[in-house]
Design a binder for this molecule. Structure first.
Ligand code: E4P
Length: 218
C-alpha cells in the first residue's frame, strides 16, 4: 500500500519524506487555508514547492465547479509539474471533466467519495485515483472502512484500473484496516503515520537492551 501524506504543511511533508516511506501528497483547499496559503500565485508556488520535496503524485484540487472551468484549471495545474494529479470533486460536471482528463492522459483523483455508486462512476470515467473519505463517514456513524472493502470487491470484479486512495484516514487502525483490505493507497496526517512506529514493548525492550549493554560495559 502506498503512503500519501494529507497536508499542505511543508515541514510535515519534509519530515515524512525524510523517513523514506512517503509515496505522495494530497492537499485540499481547507488544508491550504490552514497553512495560510491564499491567492492564486501563492497557491501555485506552494504546489511547486511540494513537488520539489516529494518525488511522487501530488494532488492539487480544482476550485471551479463547471466542466469548462475544471478543464481549464485542471490543465493549468497539471502543467505546473509532472507530479501533479488533478483532484476533481464527485459531481456530474466532475465526472465529465475526469473523462476529458483521462482521454488527454492527465491523471486525476476523484475526491469526496462517500458511496460505492460514486466510486463506480469515477472508475468508469477513467479516474486514476478514487478517494473515499473513511473518517468523515465514521464521523456520522457510517462504516468508512466497510466502504473501502466494498469498493475493493467491486473494482476487482471488473478489473477497474482506478486505484483506491483511502482518504480522511485519522488513526493507525484505519491504516492497518486499509492495508488488510487491499486499498492501493492511504492518505493521512503525519501523526497517524508516526503512531504506526510505536509499541510499548518496543520502548521497554529497547530500554532493557541499552541498560544491559551499560551494565556489561562498565
Ligand atoms: C482527501 O484527499 C482529503 O484531503 C482528506 O483526506 C480529508 O480528510 P479530513 O476528513 O480529515 O478533512
Amino acid at each position: 500500500m502506498k503512503f500519501f501524506i494529507d497536508t499542505a504543511n511543508l515541514e510535515e511533508i519534509t519530515e515524512a519524506n525524510d523517513l523514506g516511506i512517503l509515496d505522495g501528497v494530497t492537499t485540499n483547499p481547507s488544508l491550504m487555508a490552514k497553512e495560510n496559503i491564499t491567492g492564486k500565485d501563492a497557491i501555485i508556488k506552494h504546489y511547486k514547492d511540494i513537488c520539489h520535496i516529494v518525488n511522487g503524485p501530488v494532488s492539487a484540487e480544482v476550485i471551479t465547479t463547471d466542466y469548462k472551468g475544471m478543464i481549464e484549471e485542471g490543465t493549468r495545474l497539471s502543467d505546473l509539474h509532472h507530479n501533479i494529479v488533478v483532484k476533481v470533486p464527485m459531481t456530474p460536471e466532475g465526472i465529465k471533466a475526469i473523462r476529458y482528463f483521462s482521454e488527454n492522459k492527465i491523471r486525476t483523483n476523484c475526491t469526496l467519495i462517500f458511496s460505492a455508486g460514486q466510486a463506480i462512476l469515477a472508475a468508469k470515467a477513467g479516474a486514476t485515483y478514487v478517494s473515499p473519505f473513511v473518517g468523515r463517514l465514521d464521523d456520522i456513524s457510517a462504516d468508512g472502512i466497510g466502504l473501502i472493502a466494498q469498493i475493493r470487491r467491486i473494482y476487482d470484479n471488473y478489473n477497474f484500473e482506478t486505484q483506491i486512495l483511502a482518504a480522511s484516514v485519522r488513526h493507525p487502525m484505519h491504516i492497518i484496516d486499509c492495508a488488510e483490505i487491499g486499498a492501493d493507497v492511504m492518505t493521512g496526517p503525519l501523526k497517524a503515520i508516526m503512531q504506526l512506529a510505536h509499541h510499548p514493548l518496543t520502548d521497554s525492550g529497547l530500554a532493557k537492551f541499552l541498560a544491559d549493554f551499560e551494565k556489561g560495559n562498565k
